[in-house]
Design a protein around this ligand. Sequence first.
Ligand SMILES: [Zn+2]
Length: 206
Amino acid sequence: LSELPRPLEELAAALARLPGVGRRSAQRIAFHLARASKSEADHLARQITGLREALRICEICGHLSEKERCAICSDARRDSSTICVVEQAENLFAIERTGAFRGTYHVLGGAISPLRSIGPDDLRVDELLARVETGDVREVVLATNPTVEGEATALFLARLLRARGIAVTRPATGLPVGGDLEYVDGVTLGRAFEARRDVLDEDAGE
Ligand SMILES: [Zn+2]
């Protein structure tokens, strides 16, 4: 039984922690990089370190951006009276690709999850409420993922927003339960957006 040389083993272990990379793929990438030219490996390393320096969080919506304000928040043609709340920036890209939404966004940075000790304070909830209270916001679309955590987060936000007189909608059903918006095909997601509806009507009487 021969073990991998330690540098190779450590790189493979680090790669295996990335989303979508299993142990076998991680080893294959590590072996590839061990054989790759110095310039190829250096280029990849520079891109990884440079990414964190080149990107920041948009001061308004929390989207990834090269500037203080992202391209969407800086675009005067976007309807700032409608805010679509998503868990992560990749969900925002999935919605943008459908072309069905012309408002602005708010990236929470995750979903409420007691199992993973993620509460509202760990998400950009206060920033969302501040936008709602100071801006001309009329509707908030809760496009959290159709998972248990995403639904719980939507319910939590709907109550806070309703109490502030904001119309709260959710993309129509038809999204696969337990899925991630990122992987929903564009046609389905686009339709779900156009047919978005008031949600949580059962809470309206509270
Ligand atoms: Zn922004």
